[in-house]
Design a protein around this ligand. Structure first.
Ligand code: FPP
Length: 248
């Protein structure tokens, strides 16, 4: 758990029992493979990002249907600014457009949206779209989709330490709970399962703190093609794992 204030769910506290572990409460995904998906079809990379963002709603539906309650999606890292300006601008436009058109429908279907990451230097139009989409999504009693945009695991820990330090000077005890509660993910359970489609076998600065005991699943299938069969394969692999959290 990242927080003492995390929602109550028997599965949150019940690590160890195979029945409780069967369906992960929180699945985190790296949105990887959009560009290669497009290139393989002779399309510009942005066509892959368009296909990738359009795929998100389908994955949310699949996870909801299978009893998952939280999904975090790594959509743009603090390092992705190194890509061409054309690609970065295009990604932000696609994302703002998607938030505007799909955000209300997701919300109507009980999905709360949340942004994880640094706001600056994201463009104002994207921030406004994020704010609109995430507004009025307070009660996390349905399904939560957390969008990691301008997110870096190391930056998040730095930001948390900066938030905790002044309070430490006031006497706050600096322990794991204090750091967890200062992360962007405060109030969310840690991911049980972290899935990276697209063939790479690394975290690339994603959820470095929260993934301490996540089960990892890597697949060569590219994100826009990561459909029902792939989701079920990942969930099946998770259900086979023995989570020990350091115990026996
Ligand atoms: C991490 O690998 C992957 C991500 C942070 C996701 C990147 C996805 C996009 C930029 C497309 C998003 C599109 C929309 C429309 C939101 P990495 O490639 O950053 O790191 P690596 O070089 O270590 O593999």
């Amino acid at each position: 758990m990242t927080s003492e204030t995390s929602p109550s769910d028997d599965r949150v506290n019940g690590a160890g029992s195979s029945a409780e572990a069967a369906v992960p409460l929180h699945v985190a995904f790296v949105m990887d493979g959009n560009g290669r998906w497009a290139t393989r079809q002779g399309l510009p990379r942005l066509a892959g990002h368009r296909a990738g963002i359009a795929h998100v709603e389908r994955v949310v539906g699949m996870l909801k249907h299978r009893g998952v309650r939280y999904m975090t999606l790594y959509m743009f890292s603090t390092e992705n600014w190194k890509r061409s300006k054309e690609e970065v601008d295009g990604i932000f436009e696609l994302l703002a457009d998607w938030l505007t058109h799909t955000g209300p429908r997701l919300r109507d279907s009980g999905v709360s949206l949340r942004h994880l990451g640094r706001r600056q230097p994201l463009p104002a139009a994207l921030l406004a779209a994020l704010d609109r989409a995430c507004a009025d999504c307070g009660a996390d009693d349905g399904f939560v989709l957390a969008m990691a945009v301008n997110y870096g695991g190391r930056a998040e820990i730095v930001d948390a330490v900066k938030a905790v330090l002044p309070r430490a000077e006031q006497g706050l005890q600096v322990d794991e709970a204090a750091i967890s509660n200062a992360l962007y993910t405060a109030g969310m359970p840690d991911p049980d399962l972290l899935v990276r489609p697209g063939g790479e076998v690394r975290l690339s600065n994603f959820m470095l703190w929260q993934a301490a005991y996540a089960e990892l699943y890597f697949s060569p299938v590219l994100w826009p093609d990561f459909g029902e069969d792939e989701i079920d394969r990942a969930l099946h692999a998770y259900a086979q794992r023995q989570r020990r959290f350091g115990g026996l």
